[in-house]
Design a binder for this molecule. Structure first.
Ligand code: F6R
Length: 366
């Protein structure tokens, strides 16, 4: 069932062009100038009264939430709090019928996420679930569901499900903004064209797997790995660091690039590795100045950058380039090299890639 791949994780990484296509294109029919979300029944009237959004989830799914926060706030102009479910549920959050909660879950069974959902429903909030497992508890208990069509994910570390969650979040953010008149039809058509190109662009990143394997071999002995970025790249850095921790068992930390100098830079030594995410090009110069500070203190720098950005090649030790797309969608493409990098480090260290120690696929205990 691994279809010739050494591990389920690698198979699932390589399934991503199809998963991205399956999650996006049925919702973007070319004969309608709109996003069609069959299972979302929230009326325009309810949406117009929403004055606050919580995106609640655990682990990797919570990083989809952070991406969602950046996107929804920027394009729909509604305040969004993205939070892990295990904190949210215990802090007496302020919820009412003008609150929208978006829960994100691959399994649809995560105990803390489910508890957060129930809290929101009890307070009269509207709940939309972004869920992979059809018929799961969260999919049944949410008011509406937006299914990610990733298919079953066998490897414990989430890869294709996360990419599908990002796609669902892109659709939902754009849909909300359109309903509120914040994105015009013309802008939508531009975005739709970009979305249609994403599966092939994911394929282009996958073609670099052998090169990324060489980089994994080069950096396999790194002691501390820092993932940094700003804005959407900061959200991407969180997923990169988690993947390295859970399957490679390397100490990895994500930081907002601007925070480094407020403490963590003291940890930088000769054998540190910095993964610098630079796809958020509006803030490129700022992130580059943070990268330079770290490099000057002895760390090696592996950058993930957008194709055609020659500047970064002069600063970083190595660069992995990903295709350009609309700024809203760079997170998906930038994350794929992080998955492959973590995978090959894990393989190189002889770890049990598909079943990392101490972890379970579905966390149904609190
Ligand atoms: C990491 C990973 C976990 C899950 C988390 C939430 O690779 O898989 O962090 O993302 O346990 O699980 P779901 O999405 O099933 O609610």
């Amino acid at each position: 069932r691994k279809e010739g791949f050494d591990h389920f994780m690698l198979k699932e990484i390589f399934e991503q062009p199809r998963v991205v296509k399956d999650t996006l294109t049925p919702r973007l029919p070319l004969d309608v100038n709109d996003i069609v979300l069959d299972d979302i029944n929230m009326s325009k009237e309810v949406l117009e009264k929403i004055n606050k959004i919580y995106i609640v989830a655990c682990g990797t799914a919570s990083y989809t939430g952070l991406v969602g926060k950046y996107l929804i706030e920027r394009v729909a102009r509604i305040p969004v709090v993205a939070e892990v479910a295990s904190e949210f549920r215990y802090r007496e959050p302020i919820l009412d019928e003008n609150t929208l909660m978006i829960v994100v879950s691959q399994s649809g069974e995560t105990a803390d996420t489910l508890a957060a959902l129930r809290l929101a429903k009890k307070a009269g909030a509207y709940v939309i679930g972004i869920v992979n497992a059809v018929g799961s508890t969260i999919s049944r208990d949410a008011d509406d569901v937006l299914y990610t069509l990733a298919g079953p994910e066998i490897a414990v570390a989430s890869t294709k499900a996360y990419s599908a969650q990002l796609c669902a979040m892109y659709l939902l953010s754009i849909k909300i903004a359109m309903e509120l008149g914040k994105i015009s039809k013309d802008e939508f058509l531009e975005l739709r064209e970009e979305l249609y190109e994403l599966p092939d662009k994911v394929g282009t990143v996958l073609e670099q797997a052998d090169t990324i394997k060489e980089l994994a071999d080069k950096y396999i002995n790194s002691k501390n790995v820092f993932y940094i970025g700003r804005g959407l790249d900061y959200a991407v850095s969180m997923e990169g660091a988690l993947k390295l921790k859970e399957i490679a068992y390397l100490h990895a930390e994500p930081y907002a690039a601007g925070e480094l100098k407020h403490g963590p830079i003291a940890l930088i030594e000769d054998n540190s590795l910095l993964v610098g995410l630079t796809g958020h090009e509006e803030l490129f110069e700022k992130t580059v100045s943070n990268i330079k500070e770290v490099k000057a203190r002895g760390a090696k720098v592996l950058a993930i950058a957008l194709e055609g950005n020659d500047e970064i090649g002069k600063i970083a030790d190595d660069v992995i380039y990903v295709p350009r797309t609309h700024w809203m969608f760079t997170s998906l493409l930038e994350n794929i090299p992080q998955q492959i990098f973590a995978y090959y480090i894990s393989v190189g260290l002889g770890n049990d890639v598909d079943k990392p120690r101490n972890l379970a696929k579905s966390v149904t205990v609190e």
